[in-house]
Design a protein around this ligand. Structure first.
Ligand code: BDR
Ligand code: CA
Length: 323
């Protein structure tokens, strides 16, 4: 399948990009970046940093995108992802403060030129996708087979407010536009990503590995693990975005149900809440398939095999898993 990955690396985004690069099921047409976990100059540099680590920088282009939400002010999550957005890893590439935002145009150009319908995998705030839709929705409806997005939560258990998930909260107006675009959507929300706990023992194993390419992941994840320990009392860190990559090419790794999904666009605690009409109260047609269950152990195993070269023992990987 041919995909564009829209992302804000970000620690879990970095793992997701690596999983995508190492997955033969996926042909990555481009990576587009957005603000989110860090400012867009940093997330763009970080996407390139990950590709360079994997030796894929010449083959996969990276295009910078939105530097702020459509209507809201910019807020980033450096407490979660570190001052550069990649934990304790020190970036080696410079970052360009004067980026030209061309992600929305690139999405349209690639969609128009593609011989087969594209899949868009969105791992950050949905601003780039909303801008592309505003420019040419008919083209995207024609040429995009599906949008797989990491975001939202159907049960009202958030991570940025008590009920809202970060990606949707950043730009609720963009999320509403995407959800009502008429393009088939699969929503990979916090309800399922919270099962993707990479246990502390696995992070420690990577951080202590003598191979620099594996220690690099350990240094990134160590920061994320400390954040989760502090914030949620978790002995591990949640790998949200890699789950969306895995489900994009292997939908059978989870179970999803069709629902009508709306986004709260107020300014209070419910800003960015995804209201998922599980029981059809609204009598509205479904606009997304929402994941309710996933085989998280299989996905973690896949990440360990494909990204971490099997460096984490099965015991360390499963210890502390919630399912
Ligand atoms: C999402 O927000 C970010 O912190 C992660 O990268 C993920 O995409 C989880 O709410
Ligand atoms: Ca992300």
């Amino acid at each position: 399948m041919r995909v564009i990955i829209d992302t804000d690396p970000g620690i879990d985004d970095s793992v997701a990009l690596a999983l995508a690069v190492r997955s033969p099921e996926i042909d990555i047409a481009a990576i587009t970046t957005t603000y989110g976990n860090a400012p867009v100059a940093d997330t763009t540099r970080n996407a390139r940093e990950v590709l360079a680590r994997l030796g894929a920088e010449a083959r996969i282009p990276v295009y910078p995108g939105a530097d702020r939400p459509l209507l809201r002010s910019l807020e980033v999550a450096l407490d979660t992802h570190g001052v550069h957005g990649i934990g304790y890893v020190a970036p080696t590439l410079p970052h360009d403060e004067l980026l030209t935002v061309d992600a929305p145009q690139v999405i349209l150009r690639l969609a128009a030129a593609s011989q087969q319908p594209l899949t868009l995998v969105a791992l950050g705030p949905l601003t780039n996708l909303a801008l592309a839709l505003a420019l040419d929705r008919p083209l995207l409806r024609e040429q995009v087979a599906e949008i797989v997005l990491m975001g939202g939560e159907p049960n009202g258990y958030g991570n940025i407010t008590p009920v809202s998930e970060f990606n949707i909260w950043c730009d609720p107006e963009a999320a509403e536009m995407v959800l009502h675009s008429g393009i088939p959507i699969r929503m990979v929300g916090l309800n399922v990503t919270r099962r993707m706990v990479c246990p502390s023992a696995a992070v420690a194993a990577l951080a202590q590995d003598s191979r620099p390419e594996l220690k690099w992941w350990g240094d990134m994840l160590r920061f994320y693990e400390e954040f989760h320990r502090r914030r949620e009392g978790l002995a591990g860190c949640i790998l949200n975005d890699p789950l969306a990559i895995a489900l994009a090419f292997a939908p059978e790794l989870g179970t999803a149900a069709p629902m009508h999904v709306d986004v709260m666009r107020d300014d209070g605690l419910t800003r960015g809440q995804t209201v998922c009409d599980r029981h059809g109260f609204l009598d509205e047609p479904p606009n997304a398939r929402v994941y309710l269950d996933v085989h998280s152990a299989d996905v973690l195993h896949m990440i360990n095999t494909r990204v971490w070269e099997g460096a984490v023992s099965a015991d360390a990987l499963l210890h502390g898993m919630s399912t």
